[in-house]
Design a protein around this ligand. Structure first.
Ligand SMILES: [Zn+2]
Length: 243
């Protein structure tokens, strides 16, 4: 798994083959270097770190759709409970002062009546004894009328779509940026860019993550190494629906 964005490495790829070195000029060593994916080696993402509870498949996929479109709001607290455990396990690396949900555009929020990320962020902040910072970030650009299918168009559609309040300064504020699903990382990246301009450090946190090669209805090309971390969490995912 990439130490920075949390992306599982493809099957058969050794840590040595993908190892990046945090400090410029340092000598690469599989023992000492942080394993980073190619994108994180290139400094592609604006967030400092990202972690997800499980894969966007099976029961977890179903549960997220229930929260997002069917208003099964009690799932927000169940997801928050799992994410609180994840944050505790990660320790210092996910230490934060405030939880900020990825905002919806005001038109979209009016239409849906609620923001699913906020339904997770509020109980998560309560469980972690952190502040809830929904007011720190707004979506200024509406999402495209038609669903964006290509990766590039998706990146274009969220680039510059988020902003902080004018003149906001939150120097060195450590933010847990919360969303339901990490797909390409474009949304977290765009939010992180806005918050970073105000001085914050950003740790992305999502309930689920899309891993290429898997579909919402099940694995297409399952490989154990690729999804090892996700699988571990997935075993507990069905209890979200039951519990
Ligand atoms: Zn990475």
């Amino acid at each position: 798994m990439c130490e920075c964005c949390g992306r599982p490495f493809p099957a058969g790829v050794t840590v040595a083959a993908v190892a990046g070195v945090a400090a410029a000029g340092a000598t690469a060593s599989a023992d000492t270097a942080r394993p980073l994916c190619r994108l994180c080696c290139d400094g592609y993402y604006a967030f400092d770190r990202a972690r997800s509870y499980g894969l966007y498949i099976d029961a977890l996929h179903h549960a997220i759709l229930l929260l997002k479109y069917e208003e099964v709001t009690r799932l927000g607290d169940r997801f928050a409970a799992r994410l609180a455990e994840l944050v505790a396990r990660e320790g210092e690396t996910l230490r934060a002062a405030v939880v900020v949900p990825v905002p919806l555009h005001p038109d979209r929020q009016r239409e849906r009546g609620y923001n699913q990320a906020e339904l997770i962020a509020r109980p998560l902040a309560r469980r972690l004894h952190l502040k809830q910072g929904a007011c720190l970030l707004v979506r200024t650009k509406p999402r495209p009328a038609r669903r964006v299918l290509t990766r590039k168009k998706h990146w274009d559609s969220v680039r510059g779509a988020y902003a902080t309040r004018k003149g906001l300064r939150v120097d060195k504020l450590r933010v847990l940026l919360l969303d339901d699903v990490l797909t390409t990382g474009a949304t977290l990246d765009s939010c992180a860019r806005a918050l970073k301009r105000a001085g914050a450090a950003i740790m992305g946190l999502t309930v689920a993550r899309v891993v290429p090669g898997w579909s919402p209805t099940g694995p297409q090309h399952p490989t154990q190494q690729e999804t090892e971390a996700g699988r571990r969490n997935q075993q507990g995912a069905t209890s979200i629906l039951r519990g």
